[in-house]
Ligand binder design. Sequence first.
Ligand code: SF4
Length: 367
Amino acid sequence: MFPLLKYSEEEVAHHLESVTAKDVLASLSAARHGWFDLLNLISAAARPHLAEMRRVAQTARRRYYGKTVSVYAPLYIGNTCVNSCRYCDFRRQHTGTARRNLSLDEIRAEAESVRSSGIDSLLIVAGEDPKVNSVKHLAEVGRLLKPLFSYLALEVAPQTEDAYRELFAAGYEGLTCFQETYDRTLYREMHPSGPKADYDWRLGTQLRAGRAGFRVLGCAFLLGLGPWRREAASLAAHALHLMRECYEAKIQFAFPRICRVDGGFVPPCEVDDADLEQMMLAFRIVFPQCCMTVSTRESPDFRDRIVLTAADNMSAGSRVTPGGYASARKTETAQFTLADARSPAEVFAAIRANGQEAVFKTWDNRI
Ligand code: SF4
């Protein structure tokens, strides 16, 4: 569980099992929500109330985000990694992955390719390789790309608070770091070696970035590793902690799901579409002001539906290999299997067809 939570795993499990339909309806009709409402809404007792949850979540989403869907793209700048996460084909021991780190010229070409599609928010992604993706290099990438995009975010190895200050000054404003699992024992099992084996260092990432000035703090666990209800309870507690400590920043939730592939990692606790939808609706209801993103790990159908009720942000036309946008070399191993291979233009058209508006810019600090 999230270490600062004052309830034990057994107490959380007991609460989840004892939720009644009356508790669910009370949480649905409450004007303000707390952590126990989240537990009520993710419980098994809430599953028969999905239709009502959709209605309440949609109202909450409309109040804060109207009919807009903001769009971003990830840009993988390198896939060498010193970690050994059991579920990821970028892990150090995996010899089947072609490794590549892009030069600054290649990064610029990739970014220009993304920008030409209309997308104005970019997430820089890299494996953990401090010799290649040093703070100095990441700052150089930030300075290179800042003139092209209104918003730059990072999903790279956790850094010190001083390093985050340098990266913030270079143009990055958002940070995403998946805790993967809040269960220490499972975390140790899944991350046997490398810097990522340090659970507490990873857990403090958003706090260090928030203190350094980052404006958007992305949190998630990896769906499929541990029992999702327990992990979701921890994620909510983590978010509440960050909201108190970094009150000027915005929390962004993501719900990355391990998609089973032939010969790939078998998730011990699979999460199905109904589980995922229930969780996203519950978070939208309890945290109406927070951002919520849905990636191309999910199917077009699921993504198009969930941006009507819960998520306010989605990726489009994603490539999850370094050089995937501009280069002819598109055969390298991807970090995960894309379930939505639509082009950005097709995603924008689907957003419009559902009566929503694709938004490319929600912030600009260059003014
Ligand atoms: S999940 Fe990230 S840190 Fe782990 S092996 Fe993959 S790229 Fe490296």
